[in-house]
Design a protein around this ligand. Structure first.
Ligand SMILES: Nc1nc2c(ncn2[C@@H]2O[C@H](COP(=O)(O)OP(=O)(O)OP(=O)(O)O)[C@@H](O)[C@H]2O)c(=O)[nH]1
Ligand SMILES: [Mg+2]
Length: 362
C-alpha cells in the first residue's frame, strides 16, 4: 500500500509525513527543500502481540503503508504562468494506490500562504485540477495513437478514453465515475491520478481542533466536484507532531484537549482503511507474526499473493482460524481439537482478523 501526500505549498505535508513515518525533517518556511521523501508507517495492532505469545514468534511485523512526501507546487489555476508538478513527481505519484491531499486551515502569520488567504474549498478544487490537467494530457496523447489503429479492442479503449477526456475537459476527476471492472482493467495502465482514491486531510490549528466535525461537513458540502471515492479527516499537524514526542501519559492528555480520540497516525490509517475498503489478516509461526492489509472481499489466493507470489502460484489450501480463538485456546493443537481450525480453498473470502497458514507447492 502506497500513498502520495500532496497539496499546496506550506500546508503541513512534511509535518504530517513526519508524524506518520516517525521522521523528523524540518524545512524552513518559504525555503523548503524540493526533494521527494519516502517513509513507512507501521500500524499498531495489539492482536499481533497476543498471537505471537501463543505461537512463540521471535519477531512481529505490523502491516505497513508507504508514504511519499511530495513538495507542494503553486496551483496553475491561481498562477497560470507556473507549470505545476515536475514530471518526475507525477510519475512517482502514479505508482501510488491513493493520494492524501493536505489543505491548510491553520492560521499562522509567520507562514506565507500562496494566495494570501485561507480557503480550503478553493485549495481543494485547485489541487484536484492539477491532476485533472495531467490526466487530460495523457488521455489526449493516447487517443491520437489509437486513432491510427482499427481493431476491436482499440475501439473499446478509444470510446472509454474519449469519455474520460470529455469528463476531464469539464474539470471532473475520474474518481467521480463508477467504472465497470473491465473498464478499470483497460484504464489501469494509465495510472490516472484523478482516478486514485483521495483522502482529504484538513490541517487545523489548536483552537479549531475540537470542532473539526462541522468544519469537514462544511467543506464536504461546499463542492459537488469531490463526492466519490473520497475520505475526509482533520489533523492539527503542528501540535500533533509535538505530541508524538511526549511521554505516553502526557500524549493522552494533550489529545483529549484537542478533542481527538486517537493519535493522528491512527486516525489517518482508519480513514485510509475505510476509503480503500481494507482489512487485515495475519500469518504467524515461530519466526514471525505478520499483519497484511488487503481489500475486503479478497480471496485466499489473493491473500497468498500478498505474502509471496510463490504462495499464490503453488496454493493448495489454507488452514484458517480466528486470531482471538487461537489466543483463547492457547495453542493451534488445542484449537484443532476443538474443531475450530478450518481448511479453506482458493476462493475462500478472507475476513478481518483471520489467521492463515498457507499450504503451497511450487
Ligand atoms: N501553526 C502551525 N504551523 C504548522 C502546522 N503544520 C505545519 N506547520 C508549519 O508550517 C510550515 C510548513 O510546514 P511543512 O510541513 O514543511 O509544509 P509542506 O506542506 O511540507 O511544505 P512544502 O513541502 O514546501 O510544500 C512549517 O514551519 C511547519 O512547522 C500547523 O498545524 N500549525
Ligand atoms: Mg514539504
Amino acid at each position: 500500500m502506497k500513498c502520495g501526500i500532496v497539496g499546496p505549498p506550506l500546508a503541513g505535508k512534511t509535518t504530517l509525513f513526519n508524524i506518520l513515518t516517525g521522521s523528523s525533517f524540518s524545512d524552513q518556511y518559504g525555503g523548503s527543500k524540493r526533494e521527494l521523501r519516502r517513509g513507512v508507517a507501521h500500524l499498531a495492532d495489539p492482536r499481533l502481540e497476543a498471537v505471537a505469545r501463543v505461537t512463540g514468534s521471535a519477531k512481529i511485523t505490523p502491516a505497513a503503508v508507504e508514504y511519499i512526501d511530495v513538495p507542494g507546487v503553486t496551483s496553475e489555476k491561481q498562477h497560470p504562468e507556473v507549470s505545476g508538478y515536475p514530471p518526475h513527481y507525477l510519475s512517482e505519484l502514479r505508482t501510488a494506490d491513493m493520494l492524501a491531499l493536505l489543505l491548510r486551515e491553520f492560521k499562522d502569520d509567520r507562514i506565507p500562504h500562496q494566495t494570501g488567504s485561507i480557503d480550503t474549498a478553493r485549495d481543494l478544487i485547485d489541487a484536484t485540477l492539477e491532476f485533472i490537467i495531467s490526466d487530460h494530457a495523457i488521455a489526449e496523447r493516447r487517443l491520437k495513437k489509437l486513432a491510427k489503429t482499427q481493431d476491436k479492442a482499440s475501439q473499446r479503449e478509444e470510446e472509454l478514453l474519449e469519455r474520460c477526456r470529455d469528463a476531464l475537459d469539464s474539470e471532473t476527476a475520474l474518481r467521480e465515475f463508477d467504472f465497470k471492472e473491465e473498464e478499470k482493467k483497460i484504464l489501469s495502465p494509465y495510472s490516472f491520478l484523478s482516478l486514485k482514491p483521495l483522502l482529504v486531510v484538513v490541517n487545523v490549528d489548536e483552537e479549531t481542533a475540537p470542532r473539526t466535525g462541522d468544519l469537514l461537513d462544511r467543506l464536504r458540502s461546499s463542492t459537488d466536484q469531490v463526492t466519490k471515492n473520497v475520505g475526509w479527516v482533520a489533523v492539527a499537524a503542528g501540535i500533533e507532531e509535538e505530541i508524538c514526542n511526549l511521554e505516553e501519559d502526557d500524549r493522552r492528555e494533550f489529545l483529549d484537549e484537542l478533542g481527538f480520540k486517537l493519535p493522528a497516525l491512527d486516525r489517518i490509517i482508519e480513514a485510509t482503511f475505510s476509503l480503500l475498503g481494507l482489512i487485515t489478516f495475519l500469518t504467524s509461526n515461530e519466526k514471525e507474526t505478520h499483519a497484511w492489509a488487503i481489500p475486503a472481499g479478497s480471496s485466499a489466493v489473493q491473500a497468498a499473493r500478498t505474502v509471496h507470489e510463490d504462495f499464490a502460484r503453488g496454493f493448495i489450501r489454507a488452514e484458517v482460524c480466528r486470531w482471538d480463538e487461537l489466543v483463547e485456546a492457547g495453542s493451534s493443537a488445542r484449537l484443532r481439537e476443538m474443531g475450530k481450525m478450518r481448511l479453506e480453498g482458493k476462493k475462500y473470502i478472507i475476513q478481518d482478523g483471520d489467521l492463515l497458514d498457507i499450504r503451497f507447492n511450487v
